[in-house]
Design a binder for this molecule. Structure first.
Ligand code: GLN
Length: 310
């Protein structure tokens, strides 16, 4: 589907403008690095399934991908194990609880329920076939780059900040192991998961990552088929159920697009067959979703008239 470039330019410009007056939220501070990213940064970008790129604001500022990385790792796990095994070994349900909830595990006999919460993401990392942590990590980074259409790199600073404070995730990794939902050494899975969250990406690269899902697994900028087409609907379903954590239901109700957030301040949304939308701004609400990025993505979707349920 071809959209009028002027209409998209106008929509992202207006979304950025509206977001600048939004004052709520607070940078994540449980990861020390994230607390000191300038809170005023704001960006929004659209990449269409045909490969047209639109950007506004601080769209080339690199920030930590954090939980948006769970999407590409899920894609890898799906390629390796297939949808039925992912549903059985990790899950395809919303948790209705915070992204690092231990109660969510306790309520379901230790099953993570979703590959998009921390527990399920570590399970997904552990499912990948690899001889060691380095190989596991390289596979994950490679797909992140293929989806973003650019070389990406781990930030040593973010990684160090996370690895030295991720005791809660290590606890979750051992709980998964004891319940039978961890498929490699739990500390290796946690360590590699933490690296995958510490990759730097900018808003335009993130919109390309989302556009790869919109274009059924083909990166519209490199024209490479980087995901199995048949798995894309499963990824989008998982995003709908848990992509915005406890706010996923509200988001489906009000915006109606599969989405994923990260505590670095990024949010992506996918209009299947049409475009990827991404936004970034560090201050988060109580669910761990960026206040301004959510508003920008919602504004672009609404101005352009996109919702799955329309
Ligand atoms: N690295 C973060 C964590 O494990 C990612 C969380 C997020 O972005 N929601 O807590």
């Amino acid at each position: 589907m071809q959209q009028d470039p002027q209409v998209i330019r106008q929509a992202i410009g207006q979304a950025l403008q509206e977001s600048l007056s939004l004052q709520g939220g607070k940078n994540a501070d449980y990861i020390p690095f994230l607390a000191q990213v300038p809170s005023h940064l704001s960006a929004v970008a659209v990449v269409t399934a045909e490969g047209a790129v639109y950007q506004a604001g601080d769209s080339s500022y690199p920030f930590a991908i954090e939980s948006i990385s769970k999407v590409s790792t899920l894609a890898l796990a799906l390629e390796e194990a297939g949808p039925a095994a992912i549903k059985e070994k990790i899950g395809a349900d919303p948790t209705g609880l915070p992204f690092n909830s231990v109660i969510a595990l306790e309520l379901h006999s230790g099953k993570p329920l979703s590959p998009l919460v921390n527990a399920g993401a570590m399970s997904a990392v552990s499912l990948l076939k690899a001889n060691d942590a380095e190989q596991r990590w390289q596979r994950i980074l490679h797909l992140q780059q293929q989806m973003a259409g650019s070389a990406l790199a781990l930030s040593e600073e973010v990684n160090q900040s996370e690895q030295s404070t991720n005791f809660h995730n290590r606890g979750i990794a051992w709980l998964l192991y004891s319940a039978g939902y961890m498929y490699c050494d739990p500390m290796e899975a946690c360590e590699v998961y933490t690296r995958q969250c510490s990759v730097l990406i900018n808003t335009t690269q993130l919109a390309t990552f989302a556009a790869t899902l919109a274009a059924r697994g083909m990166n519209p900028l490199t024209r490479q088929q980087v995901l199995r087409k048949d798995n894309v609907p499963c990824i989008l379903a998982e995003m709908t159920m848990e992509g915005m954590y406890g706010a996923s239901g509200d988001w489906a109700y009000s915006v109606g697009l599969p989405a994923k957030s990260g505590v670095g301040g990024g949010v992506i949304a996918v209009v299947p067959g049409v475009m990827g939308i991404a936004a970034f701004s560090p201050p988060l609400d109580n669910e761990g979703n960026s206040v301004r990025a959510q508003a920008m993505v919602a504004s672009v979707a609404s101005q352009l008239g996109y919702s799955l349920y329309r």
